[in-house]
Write a protein that binds this ligand. Structure first.
Ligand SMILES: Cc1cc2nc3c(=O)[nH]c(=O)nc-3n(C[C@H](O)[C@H](O)[C@H](O)COP(=O)(O)OP(=O)(O)OC[C@H]3O[C@@H](n4cnc5c(N)ncnc54)[C@H](O)[C@@H]3O)c2cc1C
Length: 303
């Protein structure tokens, strides 16, 4: 375990909860739905809502997650600003690909009744094959189903080739999981350079890239690539995490006609949110700094 990870593992759960509050919509479906609606009404920002939870190993917990997603979908109903995101290890991967695919298909079918798009998030490299297998299988019957690729993995160019002619919604990001050097880049600048090459590749292959990064220079370069290729502004979007302080930049993108979507996580039970918060703290020193600033701000405000 690295030093940074070690220190983060020492932070008591209630403090993690406090630190992470700007990054999580709340502890109910209603909080997530209201957040998405406010983002849209106030700033024309779209959302993708995610029920926090991963590495679930019991059928009961998987049934619980399905139930929450079904209630979330029914609460969202017909609207044009919110999609949902979900994870294989939250939805039955512990019993194999076939089981997971069946569970996810059920959620996708439910979402389809309201024209709500669904994205299958990408977890660490041990789930890449499973995720893409499920994606390919469901995409045939559910054309708006999308997934995620991580530019840090050496395999990603081949994965893009394997999605030929699928005209898919592909979120492209550097990836949040620390991966071994045998299979993944270790330097962030390299990952970002690769991400831009892959944005270009996705455009050329006829996909709809969802450019998921907070790096303004990378986003500007991606837009330049789109313009160079004569890609219309409705053929891609920019995605960021809720809580990352990039509002002015997001508003500028929206004014320029580019769709911006925020990842809006929520959890009814806090135990399912801890891993997400700790991972983001561990992977992103700037997030830790931002959180510290937040606390100082709150403390000063109380004086
Ligand atoms: C919508 C969305 C969905 C994602 N889905 C997945 C997924 O399915 N699988 C996966 O592996 N990864 C996913 N990621 C994570 C992603 O790959 C990166 O790890 C993460 O976004 C940080 O990388 P970055 O490109 O923003 O670059 P960075 O260099 O980390 O960030 C650029 C700048 O943005 C600011 N910043 C970034 N993050 C924060 C923060 N949390 N708080 C405050 N400031 C910050 C900092 O100023 C930083 O210098 C997703 C990211 C987003 C935005």
């Amino acid at each position: 375990m690295g030093l940074k990870k070690f220190f983060i593992s020492l932070i008591p759960t209630p403090l993690v909860k406090l630190f992470a509050s700007p990054y999580i919509a709340g502890d109910s479906i209603e909080a997530a739905v209201v957040t998405a609606q406010k983002l849209w009404d106030g700033r024309r920002v779209c959302s993708t809502i995610d029920l926090l939870g991963e590495e679930l190993e019991s059928d009961e917990e998987v049934r619980y997650s399905v139930d929450v997603y079904e209630r979330l979908i029914d609460s969202l109903g017909d609207q044009n600003y919110a999609t949902i995101s979900l994870k294989p290890t939250q939805l039955g991967s512990h019993c194999g690909t076939e089981n997971c695919q069946k569970v996810i298909r059920g959620i996708v079918q439910r979402a389809e009744q309201y024209n709500i798009n669904v994205t299958l998030d990408m977890e660490d490299h041990s789930f890449t094959d499973m995720t893409l297998d499920i994606f390919r299988a469901l995409k045939k019957d559910h054309p708006t189903f999308g997934t995620v690729l991580q530019s840090r993995l050496f395999r990603t160019d081949d994965d893009i080739i394997s999605l030929k002619s699928m005209n898919a919604r592909i979120r492209i990001c550097i990836g949040i999981y620390n991966e071994p050097k045998e299979i993944a880049m270790q330097s962030k600048p390299e990952m970002k350079k690769k991400l831009l090459q892959q944005v270009e590749f996705l455009f050329k292959e006829g996909h709809y890239p969802e450019i998921a990064t907070h790096d303004e220079a990378v986003i500007n370069d991606a837009i330049d690539i789109a313009e160079k290729l004569n890609i219309k502004k409705d053929q891609y979007e920019v995605q960021m995490l809720m809580g990352v302080p990039k509002q002015a930049f997001q508003d500028k993108l929206i004014q320029n006609g580019i769709l911006v979507r925020l990842y809006v996580p929520f959890a009814e039970k806090w135990k399912y949110a801890t891993a997400y918060c700790k991972r983001r703290l561990a992977a992103n020193p700037s997030m830790a700094a931002y959180i510290l600033k937040n606390i100082l701000h709150k403390t000063a405000g109380k004086r």
